[in-house]
Write a protein that binds this ligand. Structure first.
Ligand code: ADP
Ligand code: GN1
Ligand code: MG
Length: 357
């Protein structure tokens, strides 16, 4: 690793490089130099992101745009170039590496410790949405085609089920039934996009709480990170993925399902932050689909975990046997809970949107 780091324009010489964070996709390391500077090194998962050049161009375009529009210092991710002036390194070991400035004096949460932190993460993603409202979407590469195409996720699930390459289908019959009974819902938002009822926006597409940095002292948002999936998408999906992860009362891989619930007060806190930051820029049809976005993103994520389980855990990094199955079960438990709470979810959005306008 130190050899790889030596090819980036760091301030000082790297003296340590340790695995860092809880991402499921890339490999992330915290780097410290003898000049006392810290950096984030990432090995990009090029099995998942097939077009690394396009991906890194996206990140440069978005971060340059944010900086040009006033997001300086800790308010935007900063790529550190290689000594050759490139945005990333294609190393001799075959890996693709990038380095970011470490965002100092910040916190990155796996769980909402309180409602206010979760509200502030809503502000961060709402601002992100608003800041990129005029961004030329056509300049972005689609880094993972059909990423939040829930219909297509169902197609891939059916393929994995038919193949059942690891003979795991038998043990997950209740989960399979859960997926199949909700297929009608899968295409609902995309159909609205296709009919012109919903606009396409530049969205983040991975709005987990641990993709937001808050200032450690003020607990106010600094910036949004993990820009690998910034692509044209739906506002409801970005809102929904935040709720999926952050409004749950338990971690994504909780094994005791009695602890897993979609908290309406966390939901309200997030919706409040998100809408206060971007509310006026959303169309009425988008507002109405925010609760549906939460259900769909949670269903889709559960389907993805289950598909990966059926396929032998090749996509999401696992840390124990059946990890993806545990993750899938929390997601379906949350979907069922959201189905019961959908009227309340819609009322909250409508009430907050009225107050914001
Ligand atoms: P993944 O795609 O694998 O989720 P992320 O880009 O989200 O990777 O990074 C993983 C974790 O590393 C984040 O959740 C955060 O804790 C930390 N991290 C990433 N970039 C930075 C940064 N620039 N400064 C500080 N911490 C960071
Ligand atoms: C992955 O990269 P990370 O850990 O932030 C995944 C998301 C899933 C999430 C589930 C590129 O996010 O789509 O919602 O895991 N990212 C990709 O925790 O597939
Ligand atoms: Mg992440």
């Amino acid at each position: 690793m130190l050899e790889i780091l030596n090819q980036f324009l760091l301030s000082g010489r790297a003296i340590s490089c340790e695995p860092y964070g809880n991402g499921h996709i890339n490999r992330t390391y915290l780097v410290i130099t003898d000049a006392g500077r810290r950096y984030i090194l990432q090995r990009i998962n090029d099995a998942i992101f097939r077009d690394v050049e396009g991906l890194m161009r996206n990140i440069a375009l978005v971060t340059d745009y944010l900086r040009a529009h006033g997001q300086t210092g800790r308010n935007a991710l900063s790529l550190v170039p290689t000594k050759d002036g490139a945005r990333y390194l294609h190393s001799l070991d075959g890996g693709f590496y990038r380095v970011y400035e470490f965002i100092e004096d910040s916190v990155c949460l796996e769980r909402a410790e309180n409602e206010e932190d979760f509200r502030q993460s809503g502000v961060a993603f709402g601002e992100f949405q608003r800041q990129l409202a005029e961004f030329p979407a056509h300049t972005l590469t689609e880094t993972i085609p059909h990423f939040h195409d829930t219909r297509d996720r169902y197609r891939l699930f059916r393929e994995a089920l038919a193949a059942d390459a690891f003979q795991r289908a038998q043990e997950v019959q209740p989960e399979i039934a859960f997926v199949l009974s909700r297929e009608a819902m899968a295409g609902s938002m995309l159909s609205m996009l296709e009919s012109g009822a919903l606009p396409l926006r530049v969205t983040h597409n991975d709005t987990k709480l641990n993709n937001v940095m808050l200032d450690a002292a003020t607990r106010k948002p600094l910036c949004v990170i993990d820009l690998d999936t910034v692509m044209p998408g739906l506002a409801g999906n970005d809102f929904g993925d935040s709720i999926r992860f952050g409004a749950s009362t338990a971690p994504e891989d909780e094994q005791d399902l009695s602890r897993v619930e979609m908290s309406l007060s966390l939901y309200r806190a997030y919706a409040d932050g998100f809408l206060s930051a971007c509310g006026n820029s959303l169309q009425p049809a988008e507002l109405e689909t925010l609760p549906l976005g939460a259900m769909l993103m949670t269903l889709e994520c559960g389907v993805r975990f289950l598909t990966d389980y059926l396929q032998g855990d090749t996509y999401f990094r696992i840390h124990r046997a059946k990890h993806n199955l545990d993750r899938c079960r929390t997601q379906f438990h949350l979907v069922a809970d959201m189905e019961r709470k959908q009227d309340a979810m819609l009322n909250i959005v409508m009430e907050l949107a009225r107050n914001a306008s």
